[in-house]
Design a protein around this ligand. Structure first.
Ligand code: 9D3
Length: 248
């Protein structure tokens, strides 16, 4: 997978290549990252990449031409013609399905915006998709793109250790899209609180059932939308449904 990023702040992406799973996978050439700075595609003495909005108003708008030139340079450096994805609060919500889609693809050219906005003509002519990370405001495309790249890279074959490798083999995500159950380790008593007895029992079947029920109960309470989603996907067994009926 190859990720190209058009950004005025390439340093944002250095941690992806310096830390953790992303860095290890990059060293193994599982994925590649290249940044393209729109400032490098302007030749005026001030290296202007933005200007005041037509019609007035606060802030600055990013010029179309430096962004288009940076995207063209990225595309020319690739073997394929990758989709151009703009990060923006007006976009479609990024989720695990999109992370899987990206991980199964050859990558994308991501465009990060700054200032109050981007000239709409660049978006209309060069951008294939707009992605958002949720209904809150961050300072630009860069901080939004970091978790997107991380979510895709950890799904690449060989990026993760054996214990998690089954996650990406199956179409069905582990835990059927439910929230994870609670975890415990030593000591057996801490601050007058014991570990649930079933986890100390050695009964693997009972432990698996307890964990599944914990996941179902937590998800039902905190994220009923995820229960509906798992139900519609056919990820809940009759035993799961029987347990859910016992909750209300
Ligand atoms: C202050 C300007 N805002 C008008 C009310 C619009 C606005 C422009 C640019 C708000 C945020 C940003 C910068 N954010 C992103 O580029 C961004 C983002 C986000 O803020 N939230 C969720 N996902 C994303 S993806 C890119």
């Amino acid at each position: 997978m190859r990720i190209d990023v058009v950004t005025l702040f390439p340093a944002y992406f250095e941690p992806l290549l310096a830390n953790g799973i992303g860095a290890r996978a990059h060293a193994r050439q599982t994925w590649q990252l290249k940044t393209w700075n729109p400032r490098d595609y302007v030749d005026d003495p001030h290296r202007t990449v933005d200007d005041r909005p037509y019609g007035g108003g606060p802030g600055m708008v990013m010029l179309a031409q430096p962004l288009a030139d940076a995207v063209a340079a990225a595309q020319a450096d690739r073997q394929d013609r990758a989709p151009v994805v703009l990060l923006g609060p007006q976009g479609e919500r990024f989720d695990q399905a999109r992370a899987r889609g990206l991980a199964h693809s050859h990558g994308a050219v991501f465009v990060c915006g700054r200032y109050e906005g981007i000239d709409q003509r660049f978006i209309d002519h060069q951008v294939d998709e707009v992605w958002s990370i949720g209904d809150f405001v961050v300072s630009g495309g860069e901080p939004a793109l970091l978790p997107i790249i991380d979510a895709a890279v950890r799904l690449l074959p060989g990026a993760m250790n054996q214990a998690h490798s089954h996650d990406q083999d199956s179409f069905q995500p582990s835990l059927s899209g439910l929230l994870d159950c609670a975890h415990y380790t030593r000591p057996e008593r801490w601050c007058e609180q014991s570990v649930p007895a079933v986890l100390m029992s050695g009964h693997h079947e009972q432990i698996a059932r307890w964990r599944r029920e914990q996941s179902l109960a937590l998800t039902w309470r905190r994220r009923p939308d995820l229960i509906e989603k798992a139900r519609r996907a056919g990820w809940l067994t009759p035993t799961d449904e029987a347990y859910l009926s016992s909750l209300s």
